[in-house]
Design a protein around this ligand. Structure first.
Ligand SMILES: Nc1ncnc2c1ncn2[C@@H]1O[C@H](COP(=O)(O)OP(=O)(O)OP(=O)(O)O)[C@@H](O)[C@H]1O
Length: 294
């Protein structure tokens, strides 16, 4: 488990991180979301030791991180950093060796990653000849090639088409399944919602929400329900304590003033005829995001 604890950071007197605390659990993929300038990259750089915090601490399995621990991290920086003129396979092998892997392990990891990321055919090609999407896949490979003990990835999915997102996700999931804590940042809420187990939401340098994605969706469910009846849903408009948000034939989305009002709707509906579904509506990540960053 990686723990970020009460990190503060200012640049030229301007506070950009304020008591930032969250956990990245081993075996889970944590999505770190926030608008441009919210503080994601600064936090990740501090976790990596590329930047020093003014105060606060980053711990791995309850111990303060050492430079040695950090060398065993995998990092995909925001500014991509592969050598454009070097063949991709050679470059990955070189990076793995730099991290102390044996020549045979470095070769094995390079082949394995290129294969899983759909770049096997391109191993001998220079990075600059790859499409932007393939360069991005190569960056992911570079972060993973030395069997890192924790992964911190800054916008690994930006600019990838949906197929490439799946390919990269499969590689990250494999690492998470092996117990590695995986943190990735993104401002693409639909992608984060789909990919992560846990969420960290940051705005203006403060953490606004953290936790299990589904638990957060339940927590922010509020009093909105969706229902499908075996008859027209129009009658809901005359129910007291109910505000209809949307209705289309037998389907309706509505808000109630209280849990009792919701139960009353269900009772009335059953009296009218078949009720095919009746559930609290889980908000989308975009809705939770809007609510918590205000
Ligand atoms: N080296 C620096 N000097 C001065 N200000 C900085 C520096 N690095 C970041 N900042 C400022 O700190 C704030 C947080 O920036 P950061 O890059 O961490 O945000 P972010 O959430 O990663 O945004 P993005 O999605 O745009 O990358 C911003 O206001 C940014 O301008």
């Amino acid at each position: 488990m990686l723990e970020v604890s009460k990190i503060n950071k200012s640049f030229t007197g301007r506070r950009v991180l304020r008591d930032v605390s969250f956990d990245v659990a081993g075996g889970r993929i944590t999505g770190f979301v926030g608008r441009n300038g919210a503080g994601k990259t600064t936090t990740m750089r501090i976790m990596l030791g590329v930047l020093a915090a003014d105060s606060g601490e980053v711990r791995l399995d309850k111990q303060s991180l050492t430079a040695d621990d950090r060398r065993r991290f995998g990092y995909m920086p925001e500014e991509r950093g592969l050598y454009p003129k070097m063949p991709i396979g050679e470059q990955l092998g070189y990076l793995a060796r730099l991290h102390g892997l044996s020549a045979s392990r470095a070769r094995h990891n390079t082949t394995d990653l290129l294969d899983k990321l759909g770049l096997a055919e391109r191993s001998g090609d220079r990075v600059e000849t790859l499409s932007l999407g393939n360069q991005q896949r190569a960056q992911v490979a570079a972060a993973l090639v030395h069997d890192p003990e924790a992964l911190i990835l800054d916008e690994p999915f930006s600019g990838l088409d949906p197929l490439a997102v799946d390919v990269v996700l499969a590689v990250l999931k494999e690492r998470a399944d092996a117990g590695v804590p995986v943190l990735f940042s993104s401002h693409q809420l639909d992608i984060v919602e789909q990919l992560c187990d846990d969420l960290v939401i940051i705005a203006d340098g403060t953490i606004r929400a953290t936790g299990d994605r589904d638990a957060l969706r339940r927590q922010y469910a509020g009093s909105t329900y969706q229902a499908t009846f075996g008859f027209d849903a129009g009658w809901l408009r005359d129910q007291s304590g109910v505000q209809v948000i949307e209705f289309d034939g037998p389907h309706a989305i509505f808000e109630t003033d209280s849990a009792d009002a919701a139960q009353a709707v269900l009772t009335r509906a059953v009296e009218r005829g078949p009720v095919l579904s009746f559930t609290p509506r889980r908000p989308r990540l975009a809705e939770i995001f809007k609510e918590v960053i205000q």
